[in-house]
Structures are given as structure tokens and as C-alpha cells.
Design a binder for this molecule. Structure first.
Ligand SMILES: Cc1cc2nc3c(=O)[nH]c(=O)nc-3n(C[C@H](O)[C@H](O)[C@H](O)COP(=O)(O)O)c2cc1C
Length: 384
């Protein structure tokens, strides 16, 4: 788009005119750059190998980007990881299973980043016992770093700063090669059974499952509101609170400035903002060209952490192959309105062997989005 032209954004029949210095230049000024700073700073080096590894761990994928981690540095070489009680998702994730999976992603990135600097990470999971039915004030994990010249570097770590969750529509004319699917599944860890499919009939079945589950989640007021409450609209809000779900970009800014895109409208059925939210994610579900999922035999907190470790590894493996990756967790969620599709998802994905399906993602090809906002590392450290 020529920098001197006016941009006309057509949305749902309405037109928003953006006048002024030019759309392309204006778009650049609306990028939430401060919120992306932790990605640019991760490789800087912080004078302590724990901080160096944590700078990557905080970039872990995690539900609704709640970034629930709080870290206490202990002595010279150890740390304890806690879950912030105000960063849970009680409606969509009543057992905090997904939050625990996010911690598994966090610990795996910590491990990989430490190995890169010749340290091995000695972990103890839930050292004061597993919290049930929800996470509580007890530690999620303790870790000690040990200088270890033989610590094996992980080839997946090379892509840590390029890893992205991609919610864009995928290219329906490009399928994912079965050999690539095998390599993605092969990045899992022992105890976490992963599988993938690019078979058109199976993919269609899972697209429909994911789309129906999304419709239930958005039309169900408590789960919809939980997401809307942590949605940031536009650069100003995102830079001020770089956690939660973020809607960024020139189109979003224009709609927010013009009025139709507000949190209130997103919550009111019949508005364009409500319908567009439904349609955006429905389109994502229906443009999957392959799916990957994972399951564990049990569903202990430890299983959930392992599922998280496996998950970020598979996402790194996919992104390293140029494959876009988008978790679609709705059908796996444990709230009453989802019970029917939860059962269906387990029948389709757990292979009739019982166990818990932990994650499901669609795969395909689309341009990678920019890095997702993060709070700075310093905001995650707590005192003794
Ligand atoms: C356990 C878990 C469940 C997730 N479920 C979804 C989901 O259902 N839909 C979605 O769009 N993203 C989902 N995500 C992706 C997160 O929203 C994403 O990791 C977060 O916003 C940070 O973005 P990033 O991965 O690009 O850094 C999930 C991530 C995790 C770890």
C-alpha cells in the first residue's frame, strides 16, 4: 500500500478512513514495540545463568498469554517457580490443567537455554506435593543449575526466538508433508503420546470438532467474558499490560478508534465485534490442513508438566520446518457446557485407551505473525 495513499479498511460493510501521514508509516507507529522487548532482550546476558535461562523461559507459550510464573532466586544457583493466583483461568481451565501445561513449556525452555550456556538444570516438580483440585501457593518446581560442560545442547533451541502461535487462516492449497508430521511428533518426550494427521477426512472431522467447540465457548457467557476481560485492544493497552490476549495492528486500531471494537461490543451478541470474534476463530479452525495432538496415560500435575515440555518441543519442531502452529484447546476444556465435545474429542483422539488428551493444534502454512507481548523478566521475580 503506497505510503501516501489513504487506506480504506472495509469491515463488515462499514468503511473506516485513515487519513494522514500514510497507512504504512502509520501502521509501524501502532506496533506494540515495548511489549515485544523481552524477545529482543532474551539473548543479551544478565550476569547470572539463572536469569539468562529465565529470559527465554518467559517466552514460553501459555494459555491466554497469562504468564502466571513468579520466580524466587534461592542462594547462588537455585530458584523456585510459583504460580500467581491472579493469573488463572477458572472458567475455561477450571482444574488449571492448561496453566500447568504452560509451566511445562516454561521449564523446558529454561532447560534448553541453560544447556546452551553449559549448565544442566536439576528439577524437582511440585516439591511440597501436587496441588488439587487447583494450583495453590505451593511451588510448581524448584531448579538448581549445575555447570556441566557435557550438557547436551538442544537443536530445537535455535528456533526459540522465532516460535509463534499463528491464528491466521492457513493456505488450503498446501498440505503438510507426512515426513514433517513425523518429525514434529518425534519431538515429544517419553510418557507423552503424540500423534498427527494430514488425512483429509480426519482433518475435516477435527476442523468441525474445533469449530463447534469454539462456538460453544464464545456463546457461553462466563467463558467468553473471561477472555474479553484480559483482551487488550491496540498498542496503548498492550504496551501498558503486556499479558493476556492482544488485538494489534492498523485495522484493529482503526476499528477501536471508530467505535465498533470495544470490550463491551465483543460481549454483546448481535454486534459486529461479537460476530467477527466468532468468525475469525471459526475461519482459523476450518483452514487447518493437518492436526497434532498429545495425550498422557494419567493426568497428574507431573503429567501436565511433561505434556507442556513435549508441547513446546513440538511447536519448535513445527516452526523450524516452516509449519505454522495454532493450539485449539476448546474441545479439551473441563467446564460443563463443553462436556459433550470433551467426550467426543477423547473418543476421537485418545484411541479408546483412556488417558487424558492434553493438547490439540492445527497445522498449516501462513505468514508468521510478530512476536506476542511479554512482561519484562524483572516483573516476574519475587523476593525471598
Ligand atoms: C496449554 C495451552 C493452551 C492453549 N490454547 C490455545 C487455544 O485454544 N487457542 C489459541 O489461539 N491459543 C492457544 N494457546 C496459545 C497461547 O495463546 C499462546 O501461547 C500465547 O498467547 C502466547 O503467544 P506465543 O505462543 O506466540 O508466544 C495455548 C497455549 C498453551 C500452552
Amino acid at each position: 500500500m503506497a505510503a501516501t495513499r489513504r487506506a480504506v479498511l472495509l469491515v463488515g460493510g462499514g468503511a473506516v478512513l485513515i487519513a494522514g501521514a500514510g497507512a504504512a508509516g502509520w501502521a509501524l507507529t501502532r506496533a506494540p514495540n515495548a511489549a515485544r522487548e523481552p524477545w529482543r532482550r532474551a539473548a543479551d546476558g544478565f550476569g547470572d545463568p539463572r536469569l539468562d535461562a529465565l529470559a527465554y523461559a518467559i517466552l514460553a507459550p501459555n494459555p491466554h498469554n497469562m504468564q502466571p510464573w513468579r520466580v524466587r532466586l534461592d542462594g547462588d544457583d537455585a530458584l523456585t517457580v510459583f504460580c500467581a493466583p491472579d493469573r488463572l483461568l477458572p472458567e475455561t481451565d477450571p482444574m488449571n490443567r492448561q496453566i500447568a501445561i504452560g509451566f511445562g513449556c516454561f521449564l523446558e525452555l529454561f532447560r534448553q537455554a541453560a544447556a546452551e550456556k553449559d549448565y544442566s538444570a536439576d528439577f524437582s516438580y511440585f516439591p511440597d506435593g501436587e496441588p488439587w483440585p487447583t494450583l495453590d501457593g505451593r511451588p510448581v518446581a524448584q531448579a538448581r543449575l549445575v555447570a556441566d560442560g557435557a550438557a547436551a545442547r538442544d537443536p530445537l533451541f535455535g528456533g526459540a526466538l522465532e516460535r509463534r502461535t499463528n491464528r491466521a487462516p492457513f493456505d488450503l492449497n498446501r498440505s503438510v508433508d507426512p515426513a514433517i508430521l513425523d518429525r514434529i511428533v518425534g519431538a515429544s518426550v517419553p510418557g507423552v503420546e503424540a500423534a498427527a494427521t494430514g488425512d483429509p477426512a480426519r482433518v475435516e472431522e477435527l476442523r468441525v470438532l474445533a469449530a463447534e467447540a469454539w462456538e460453544i465457548e464464545w456463546n457461553n457467557a462466563p467463558t467468553r467474558r473471561e477472555s474479553i476481560e484480559v483482551t487488550r485492544i491496540g498498542k496503548r493497552e498492550i504496551d501498558a499490560s503486556p499479558w493476556g490476549l492482544s488485538l494489534a495492528g492498523p485495522m484493529i486500531e482503526a476499528l477501536a478508534a471508530g467505535g465498533p471494537l470495544t470490550r463491551e461490543n465483543m460481549d454483546a451478541s448481535g454486534t459486529m465485534a461479537y460476530r467477527q470474534s466468532l468468525a475469525f476463530y471459526d475461519r482459523a479452525c476450518r483452514t487447518a490442513t493437518a492436526f497434532v495432538w498429545s495425550a498422557t496415560a494419567g493426568n497428574s500435575r507431573r503429567d501436565q508438566l511433561e505434556a507442556g515440555r513435549a508441547w513446546v518441543r513440538m511447536q519448535l519442531a513445527a516452526n523450524a520446518e516452516g509449519v505454522s502452529f495454532h493450539p485449539l484447546s476448546q474441545a479439551l476444556q473441563e467446564y460443563p457446557a463443553m462436556a459433550g465435545l470433551y467426550e467426543k474429542a477423547h473418543a476421537l483422539l485418545a484411541g479408546g485407551e483412556g488417558g487424558a488428551v492434553q493438547m490439540l493444534a492445527r497445522l498449516g502454512y501462513a505468514k508468521a505473525p510478530p512476536a506476542c507481548p511479554r512482561e519484562p523478566l524483572t516483573a516476574k521475580l519475587i523476593g525471598a
